[in-house]
Design a protein around this ligand. Structure first.
Ligand code: 5GP
Ligand code: ZN
Length: 113
């Protein structure tokens, strides 16, 4: 596990070794903008505990995730959005540190996205 953490890009972001646009941080959770957003405001919420898949994360480290997702929804004002969490290559997971996507849908009237 230690070697996987050392090479994990999201663990490096948590440590501050790689910069990110930070949206929220607590002792257990970090939220930041996706570097390759599918829409304006596309955010990632991650537990600071390193685990590859959802089942690897202790409940204590997961319990704050959805409340943080809710805060991001409120902050963006999104009324239509997808919450996405991929596990495994076959399920389109590219970064092997559990993360939840919050993807606002573009608002046609305001031209966002
Ligand atoms: P996955 O396909 O694993 O569910 O999504 C991984 C997400 O992480 C992608 O949307 C990708 O753009 C994002 N990502 C990958 N590397 C970085 C990075 O270094 N910084 C940030 N902010 N996002 C990243
Ligand atoms: Zn990690």
């Amino acid at each position: 596990m230690a070697s996987k953490m050392a090479s994990c890009i999201f663990c490096k972001i948590i440590k501050g070794d790689i910069p990110c646009f930070k949206l929220y941080e607590s002792d257990k959770t970090l939220a930041f903008l996706d570097i390759n957003p599918l829409s304006r405001g596309h955010a990632l919420v991650i537990p600071k505990f390193h685990g590859e898949k959802l089942a690897d994360i202790p409940d204590d480290n997961l319990s704050e995730i959805l409340p943080v997702v809710k805060k991001l929804v409120a902050a963006t004002g999104a009324t239509e959005y997808n919450i996405l969490q991929n596990n495994g290559r076959g399920a389109h997971q590219e970064v092997d540190h559990v993360h939840f996507h919050m993807i606002p849908k573009p608002n046609a009237e305001e031209g966002l996205g």
